[in-house]
Write a protein that binds this ligand. Structure first.
Ligand code: SF4
Ligand code: SF4
Length: 295
């Protein structure tokens, strides 16, 4: 779990994002690799490190300054001792275990910003639906307290187990990464069938809310006009009132892969330029779907 206050890109107004660790997908362009698994993680940002050795002197596992070399990663228990002493914040907690009520207390701290800006709370990840009991508890408590709630999801979840949580949301963002099930599997590790079913399922929720189907546009993977058109056609057929948001691929997550000692492996992807993005967004609108722009 990570809490990020003052976000303005993930829903209306000023929001606090709750990043819930664990994700059933392994998108090859992912920019949040720390959220793959539900476990505490400490990272090492080598560019900030001045080699003072304070981390080494407190580590109960005897891990060296470069915790990503040798068997440092296997030995690390994420105890956080090095994080406390590092003068440069080169050692950082990237995923932390938090009690649900602690999360709610943290949310309360920002309630004035929410009411002034029309903001609220955004559940994100990792994948928020990968912890359905926690999502149920947090969304119920925060909904009863009157907070505006938003969910960002990869769309791969058991619909009935999260239906009540979905019905508490004012806004749902759901991803649609490729219309071809085999290409989807190749680049994310799973087929798109469940995701397509769940996108259609959003139309069966009680109450009203805004729905935005998001395509992260990855140059070389899903940026063909055929795929964007097919995606818009599908959304139009099952959720005619939904909007779509197209987000260009970026490499901002590269530094996190380095901090975790993971291979980056995204060399084959490129960022579509503004002209291409505008052309693809126009294509979506031509299919009768409004486009949204939260970023
Ligand atoms: S988190 Fe704990 S075990 Fe891991 S490197 Fe830091 S001090 Fe060592
Ligand atoms: S305490 Fe921080 S700055 Fe010092 S060696 Fe360790 S990681 Fe580098």
């Amino acid at each position: 779990m990570q809490i990020q206050p003052f976000s303005v890109n993930d829903g209306e107004g000023i929001r606090t994002n709750i990043f819930m660790a664990g994700c059933p997908l392994r998108c090859r362009w992912c920019s949040n690799p720390e959220g793959f698994r539900q476990e505490e993680v400490v990272g090492w940002y080598s560019r900030r490190c001045i080699g003072c050795g304070a981390c080494v002197s407190v580590c109960p596992e005897g891990i060296g300054t470069d915790m990503n070399s040798g068997n440092g990663r296997e030995l690390c228990t994420a105890c956080g001792a090095c994080v406390s002493v590092c003068p440069e914040k080169a050692r950082t907690r990237m995923v932390t275990l938090m009690d649900a009520d602690e999360v709610i207390r943290e949310i309360h701290r920002y309630r004035l910003f929410f009411s002034y800006s029309g903001g609220g709370v955004t559940f994100s990840g990792g994948e928020a639906t990968s912890q359905p009991e926690l999502l149920e508890y947090l969304s119920r408590e925060l909904y009863d307290m009157g907070y505006s709630l938003t969910l960002e999801s990869c769309g791969y979840f058991d619909f009935d187990s999260v239906r009540p949580a979905l019905e508490r949301m004012d806004l749902i963002f759901m991803d649609l990464k490729h219309m071809d099930p085999e290409v989807h599997r190749e680049f994310t590790g799973v087929s798109n069938e469940k995701i397509l079913r769940n996108i259609a399922g959003l139309g069966t929720l009680a109450g009203s809310r805004d729905i935005v189907i998001r395509i992260p546009v990855i140059g070389g993977v899903n940026n063909s006009e055929d795929n964007i058109k097919a995606s818009a056609d599908y959304v139009k057929s099952v959720l005619p009132e939904a909007k779509m948001e197209l987000l260009p691929y970026h490499r901002l997550g590269q530094v996190k892969y380095e901090a975790l000692g993971l291979p980056f492996g995204q060399e084959g992807f490129y960022t579509p330029d503004k002209e291409e993005m505008n052309r693809l967004k126009a294509l979506v609108r031509e299919q009768g779907i409004k486009t949204a722009d939260y970023r």
